[in-house]
Ligand binder design. Sequence first.
Ligand code: URA
Length: 231
Amino acid sequence: MLKKNKSIKLLNYYKLINHNLIYNNKPINRYKKENYEISKDKVKKLELLKKEILNIKNCNLKKQAKNIVFSDGNPKSKIMLIGEAPGANEDQEGLPFVGRAGQLLDKMLSAIDLDRKKVYISNIVNYRPPENRKPTNEEIKRYLPFITKHIEIINPKIIVLLGSTAMNALIGNEVVISKMRGKWIERKFGNCKASLIITFHPAFLMRQPAQKKMAWIDLKMIRDKNNNLNI
Ligand code: URA
């Protein structure tokens, strides 16, 4: 009897101190496994996406290009930049923004203490259009599911659209860059929720250097947003 009373008291005590929350005999995993697993998963998803693009059939862009231009930079970055399409240098090297426009992009990034290794860079289409023409609406439509998936996998907090082709592909055809640049827009791509900003394409800035002052305003907005994310 005494024994039974004692165990009831003990049980009540355990209830009182919420024993289940305090005591758990499962070992605690102190390795940062989660972080590692997430990036391993990302790598796998990116590889799969690249394979899907490599398997595209009956695509004129792919037929005439030398290489796929998938991406460059850090897949863990919070900032993803999206351009239009690879040019001759990019096609040759299989990397985005490595030609003259790329050199200007590197300078623009370094002006706000970023470089291409700290951000993630891709394009709306992954193969060079012949003679560096703009990708057609049909081509953009074909590649849109890939860049959307790409964004979802990278899951950036900040998306920078470089130029009107990227803007029209991801925001819609009814908007114009002169009105849309330099504003933050909240957007969702699947589970990815990001602040998106549109700025001028570096190739456009090479033709219209007077617009660089507007691009500088956009760059400072990106720098400030990124600094706030790091707080
Ligand atoms: N212009 C783009 O839009 N993308 C590149 O990769 C290079 C030039």
